[in-house]
Design a protein around this ligand. Structure first.
Ligand code: ARG
Length: 481
């Protein structure tokens, strides 16, 4: 059964048919396609385009098709160009001629855009759950290893002592922005194309606002051309995914470095490592390398779809069929990668001894300058004095904490006996207890606020400010129409 055979005399070339068909990719939208059709059947009946009895017959038939998909019994046959064709074909086989009325006033153009949005809204909810899981593992690790101190790095050079929890939480906050972004993408996705028909809007008196609400959308899309040609939601999702990929990659890259024998700060559990087929001693952090590698692939999905969209005129063009593969692939990647990275974090062993040992006295050079500042030395000058102390120590091949008081005094009279206490990294941490700093108290507060933010999200559900704003906007547009 072709949905468009009437005006054709000849048959389509088999390879052209293969190129044209999208069923292998879009079949995973069977559930949302059927839900969309059930809602459309009801809307047609409400508008008295079909009878209630016909709508009931359609809905029962669609339910039967749904069950076939659900149990895996559904058979895709040659000619099932896409999921929309397949479902309608099967509905016809089950309920007969009435099935032919389902597509009244509807086009696959508004149908596919509706299905895809419905699918994506659910996918976003799942990705948010996976992000949650990783955030949980970061918080749990930050609490379990709370007082572990390690060098913080800039330019991959040892810089200043920080809490390992602070480092873990730095990745938590990046993911928190990802979660926000996903929710905003979700809100923008909840705009219903159905009723836009092929391009000009449906000719039947469909209540599109009721239809939108029936399907869980916030708004009926306000322009039929835009409604069927808009794939911004897919691009946004791919951007969200690519940025999550980038965040995971940065987390992974640091952990790969930290797990080398040279660093030996952390050890990945066997559950998240693999070996070498040649070198028996090897234990590789492959999951982290995959996170880093897939960040590139995720970015490719985004740029690919952007490139597809850029030259298109408004409304639907077949180019748009290219939209689903990258979105599905990005979802599948995150669906597996986020839990794997969460597991990697949860199970990794933290070598607190190795980390602390790497915190040599030079990391406290800034604190030494601050010591002088407290004694009235202007910071610029203090910076120079400590710099000379660092060189003096390097020349003598000792740490700056090994310089004698008289050596220090030769650089500045402001040094005194109590300078020794500067070389305790715990003191350096205690000094940094302002908002966002790495001190014990501030990291404790950070973890606490991270937990509270997420409780608020849970208790408010979708009723966060952004969603409320969308509802307000929807009201304005609906009142105007
Ligand atoms: N399989 C198509 C897609 O995924 C459905 C829409 C086709 N519409 C059309 N007029 N050919 O985009």
């Amino acid at each position: 059964m072709k949905l468009w055979g009437g005006r054709f005399e000849g048959d389509i070339d088999p390879l052209a048919m293969q190129l044209n068909a999208s069923i292998n990719i879009d079949k995973r939208m069977w559930d949302v396609d059927i839900r969309g059709s059930v809602a459309w059947a009801r809307a047609l009946a409400k508008a008295s385009v079909i009878t209630k009895a016909e709508a009931n017959e359609m809905c029962a038939g669609l339910q039967a098709v749904w069950s076939e998909f659900n149990t895996g019994e559904f058979k895709i046959v040659t000619g099932d160009e896409d999921i929309h064709t397949a479902v309608e074909r099967r509905l016809g086989e089950i309920i007969g001629a009435t099935a032919g009325k389902l597509h009244t006033g509807r086009s696959r153009n508004d149908q596919v855009a509706t299905d895809f949005r419905l699918w994506m809204i659910e996918a976003i909810d799942l990705v948010i759950k996976r992000v949650d899981l990783l955030q949980d593992s970061l918080i749990a690790k930050a609490e379990a290893e709370f007082d572990v101190i390690l060098p913080g790095y800039t330019h991959t050079q040892r810089a200043q002592p920080i809490l390992f929890s602070h480092w873990l939480m730095s990745h938590f906050w990046a993911l928190e922005r990802d979660r926000e972004r996903l929710r905003q993408t979700r809100a923008r996705t909840a705009s219903l194309p159905l009723g836009a028909a092929a391009l000009a809007g449906t000719a039947y008196p469909i209540d599109r606002v009721a239809l939108a609400h029936d399907l869980g959308f916030v708004i009926a899309a306000p322009n039929s051309l835009d409604a069927i040609g808009d794939r911004d939601f897919a691009v946004e999702f791919l951007f969200d995914a690519a940025l999550i990929g980038s965040h995971l990659s940065r987390l992974a890259d640091a952990l790969i470095l930290y797990s080398t024998s040279e660093f030996n700060f952390v050890e990945m559990s066997d559950a998240y490592s693999t070996g070498s087929s040649l070198m028996p001693q090897k234990k590789n952090a492959d999951m982290l390398e995959l996170a880093r590698g897939k960040a590139g692939t995720l970015l490719g999905y985004l740029t690919g779809l952007m490139a597809t969209l850029k030259g298109l005129p408004s409304a639907y063009d077949k180019d748009l069929q290219e939209d689903k593969a990258p979105v599905f692939a990005a979802f599948d990647t995150l669906d597996v990668m986020l839990p794997v990275i969460a597991g990697t974090i949860t199970t990794m062993k933290v070598n607190r001894g190795r980390m602390l040992k790497a915190v040599d006295a030079s990391l406290l050079a800034t604190d030494l300058a601050d010591y002088l500042v407290k004694r009235g030395v202007p910071f610029r000058q203090a910076h120079g004095i400590v710099g000379r102390a660092v060189r003096l120590a390097a020349d003598a091949a000792v740490g700056i904490d090994q310089l004698s008081l008289s050596q220090l005094k030769s650089l500045s009279e402001s040094f005194d006996q109590d300078v020794r206490s500067v070389f305790d990294p715990r003191l350096a941490l205690t000094m940094r207890d302002g908002i966002g700093a790495t001190g014990f108290e501030s990291v404790r507060r950070q973890i606490e606020s991270a937990k509270q933010i997420r409780v608020i999200d849970e208790s408010h559900g979708d009723d966060y400010y952004w969603h409320r704003r969308q509802i307000e906007r929807a009201k304005i547009m609906q009142d105007a129409s």
